[in-house]
Design a protein around this ligand. Structure first.
Ligand code: MG
Length: 406
């Protein structure tokens, strides 16, 4: 059996309405495009789904990671959806994640999120595809740690000999562009020291220590660092293999039973709980799944999980893995946390800290109210106060022509 590559590539190429959902025609278009690629033998199998306003293309093939054919197929699909559907229907932020004009062989760094894994298919190969909206790649840091390094989440770390030696985490520093390799359990505290800063250090891949097989892959593209301006949050995707010396499916999902706070809600500028969600409608014959909508304050941040059994590269599924009443409590708790933190309005920690607001229009807005040196002011307080009292209203800077994707 040839090695199989699983590629999960997602982009926001237009919302319906605003940033809440995708239009069903977009998923249908993507599914037809990938069906055609399957007929031509470019991919073995595929599935198309969304969470909120992001379209995810799950594809299996034998071309390895970073294949120009596969990345080009995803790019063309997103481009065509933008031109043929999003722009015609004037969907919101049409093509917003497509940051470059022409495809140059690799979709990384061009806007879409990419999670890939080249694997030797095991006798039984359960794979889970995750997509999250209104958050960022580092949102997976905590659950990845739970799945692969926390015995209170994953019983197998204690009782399965194949997992007993632990896992190697590959952590990317997206600011300095450096990689850390850390073994758990030995280097857990170093690992936590880094990935506890999820806006900068992202747990990108996880490997099993006994034999080095890949166990998980998370997308790491940070749109603001690519574009140098605010272009929406980097709603991430992830792939996780399960069972037989890896966390059980239920151990993988257990990592999402606690709705931890993540960054990226409303205008990419707020923190909120990550809510595990069911899909709205699954159509296996069309190979599409409509995911949850993002409506309260464009959120709260949500994650969907589709489970598949792989056989010779074919995706048997999907099973909607958060469609279980046992996750109702998590959803209820997330709704309560959403209600609680919303009351903070524009205050931290609901609104993100200044370094996270750097790429939003806020710094420009604040430039309209220049400060006075404190010593200077203390010396001439009455003059400044009188001047201020007589001054006209401060006017906010005019919006630039550049789209901000608010
Ligand atoms: Mg999105």
């Amino acid at each position: 059996m040839a090695r199989i590559t699983i590629s999960l590539i997602k982009a926001d190429v237009g919302g319906w309405p605003g940033h809440s959902w995708v239009h069903p025609k977009m998923l249908a278009y993507a599914a037809e495009k990938l069906a055609d690629a399957q007929k031509k033998g470019i991919i073995i199998d595929y599935y198309v789904f969304n969470v909120g306003d992001d379209i995810s293309l799950l594809m299996t093939h034998t071309k390895g990671e970073n294949s120009a054919d596969i990345h080009g197929l995803a790019w063309d699909t997103f481009r065509e959806i933008t031109d043929n559907i999003s722009k015609r229907l004037k969907l919101y932020g049409a093509g917003q994640d497509l940051l470059k004009d022409t495809f140059s062989g690799n979709i990384r760094g061009m806007g879409p999120q990419v999670a890939e894994m080249e694997i030797e298919e095991r006798p039984s190969e359960p794979v889970i595809a995750f997509a999250a909206d209104k958050t960022e790649p580092g949102a997976f840091n905590l659950p990845m740690y739970r799945m692969f390094a926390d015995p209170f989440n994953t019983a197998g770390l204690v009782i399965d000999p194949a997992m007993h030696e632990g896992f190697t985490f590959e952590v990317l520093d997206v600011v300095e562009h450096k990689v850390y390799l850390l073994n758990t359990p030995d280097e857990s505290y170093y690992l936590l020291g880094l990935i506890g800063t999820p806006g900068r250090y992202i747990s990108r891949k996880v490997y099993r220590r006994t034999d080095g097989i890949p166990a998980a892959s998370v997308s790491v593209e940070r749109l603001s660092l690519i574009a140098g301006r605010y272009v929406g949050k980097d709603d991430p995707v992830a792939l996780v293999r399960a069972q037989h010396g890896l966390p059980a499916v239920g151990e993988v999902l257990e990592a999402f039973a606690y709705p931890h706070l993540v960054h990226g809600w409303m205008r990419g500028s707020h923190a909120g709980p990550l809510m595990p969600m069911k899909f709205v409608q699954i159509e296996p014959e069309k190979k599409t799944a409509m995911g949850p909508r993002m409506t309260r304050f464009d959120g709260p941040p949500k994650i969907g999980a589709l489970g598949f059994q792989l056989h010779d590269g074919y995706l048997e599924g999907p099973v909607d893995l958060f469609d279980d009443p046992a996750f109702d409590y998590t959803r209820q708790l997330a709704a309560q946390i959403a209600e609680y933190i919303r009351r903070m309005g524009p205050f931290q920690p609901h609104r993100l800290p200044p370094e996270e607001m750097e790429y939003t229009p806020l710094p420009k807005i604040l430039s309209a109210v220049p400060p006075i040196e404190a010593d200077e002011y203390e010396a001439k307080r009455s003059v400044y106060l009188e001047e201020k009292r007589r001054a006209g209203k401060v006017s906010a800077p005019q919006p630039t022509q550049q789209p901000t994707h608010d």
